[in-house]
Ligand binder design. Sequence first.
Ligand code: C2E
Ligand code: CA
Ligand code: CA
Ligand code: CA
Length: 296
Amino acid sequence: AKKLGRNCWRFYESTMNDEAQERLRIETALRSALERDEFVLHYQPQVDLASGRIVGMEALLRWQHPELGMVPPQRFIGLAEETGLIVPIGAWVMRTACAQAKAWHDAARDHGIGAGTGAGWPGAPIAPLRVAVNLSARQFTQPDLVDDVARVLAETGLPPASLELELTESLFVDDVARAVDLLHQLKALGVALSIDDFGTGYSSLSYLRTFPIDVLKIDRSFVNDIASDGDDAAIVVSIIALAHNLKLRVIAEGVETAAQLDFLREHGCDEMQGYHFSRPLPVAEFERLLRAATAL
Ligand code: C2E
Ligand code: CA
Ligand code: CA
Ligand code: CA
């Protein structure tokens, strides 16, 4: 047993070394990734369930590493948070996503592409695409967050109403008074505020009364089993009702099957996002999707 213990310890130790080395390697590489322009955004469409039209997209960060290839956010966001590197990275995400959304607005105006119109006829009313950007805890505590967002909107020319900031419930627990104040300042800019992963956090429903929120995003874990699990179905139906009673828009994320889609539509969910419609796409592919939607 002793020997086994030693072996286990050795195994554990070498694993830790590998992990520590991997962390250090990633941290060092993260520092230079911004300068080397190695980050890219993919965009996942958000679809209006009543009309079937693309009405927005979530910007999702990827790291195109020269050796590791496409690195998913789960592998580096945590470390970027810990080291504070998420602040400059998040600023890049915000600027890039807003500039991209503005470019798609202009394409819709000039060429009738996409823009949630579902049709490319001249003079068609344009419901401009919204872009959703994830905000991390670190960014939320930056004193110049509101100024930064205002500056990005001014510089890119994106209408504030077309920007949606995705926040998680965990951002609200530390200093509620400060969070309320900050959210009101962001709202005053004209942007929309959305609660990501709704229902999974350390949540108190009372903040829904106090905070100027516009959107609830139902977490993927609830959506997953709605067609088969009565509890999850009940939770999703309740979240939709809660959102609508509070005059909030509600988006289901992680929709992978037609059965899930049908359930959500039947229960009046406003929008959906998920592999069933589309994975997050690089810019060129997202544009193809918009063009195809326009041609319908
Ligand atoms: P999230 O904000 O909850 O984003 C949704 C995640 O679910 C994305 O993973 C997306 O690709 C994935 N997803 C979408 N539809 C489906 C589906 O139908 N099935 C399944 N199984 N998954 C689906 P991704 O892109 O790997 O991002 C993971 C997380 O990384 C995000 O979760 C978000 O917390 C974080 N993240 C991504 N981009 C950023 C960013 O720019 N800034 C910050 N702070 N965090 C980001
Ligand atoms: Ca999100
Ligand atoms: Ca989410
Ligand atoms: Ca259950």
